[in-house]
Design a protein around this ligand. Sequence first.
Ligand code: B4P
Length: 191
Amino acid sequence: MLNLILFGPPGSGKGTQAAKLIEKYNLFHISTGDMFRYELSNNTELGQLARSYMDKGQLVPDSVTISMLQKRVEDNPNVKGFIFDGFPRTTAQAEALDTFLSESGQSIAGLIELVVNEDEIVKRILLRGASSGRADDNDEAIIRNRFEEYRNKTTPVGIHYAALGKAHKIEGVGSIEEIFDKLCETIDSLQ
Ligand code: B4P
């Protein structure tokens, strides 16, 4: 199994690149952001809970996120591997992921970080906000709060995998194709 974490700040292009990578490598895409938005659009209890955090640019609590993610992994035992997009976002999520993967003899092959600066992020997300209908994409203060959450709570995840010798960085500014090529080079070096 090839299990990859696509890492980087909000709006760094994780979702954009994951869509291309799953086609090339035939992997199963898990985006926690997409899962929460699905629950939200169906107005489920989980969706309502997630909305109260997402609309403020805050992370949804670990307890909720980890069990949702674990279930999605366990529901798909026969895939070639997973691309985790937007997960893990805290050290507790990373430790939980490592533990439940190891329980089935699996592990993370690598974490690949898309490096993009804050001003570029704000520009991209506001542009997306014009058409996405996402409440968290339309307000610069909320976008900057998402970046702050990333800086405080999510960057330790990169450090966690760097300590295991599994972290890789890629410049995330440039054309989508250029970034995709660099990602593929890194993934091919892991196999
Ligand atoms: P996510 O859905 O993960 O949202 P994101 O960070 O905005 O997306 P991404 O980095 O994938 O950017 P994209 O490719 O779309 O999270 C949303 C919220 O859900 C979080 O704030 C949090 O509240 C909650 N959540 C999710 N996971 C969680 C977890 N594990 N724990 C707790 N809470 C969680 O790209 C962005 C834009 O840039 C697009 O418009 C795209 O077209 C553009 N773009 C992409 N590549 C580009 C390039 N090379 N050049 C120019 N523009 C580019």
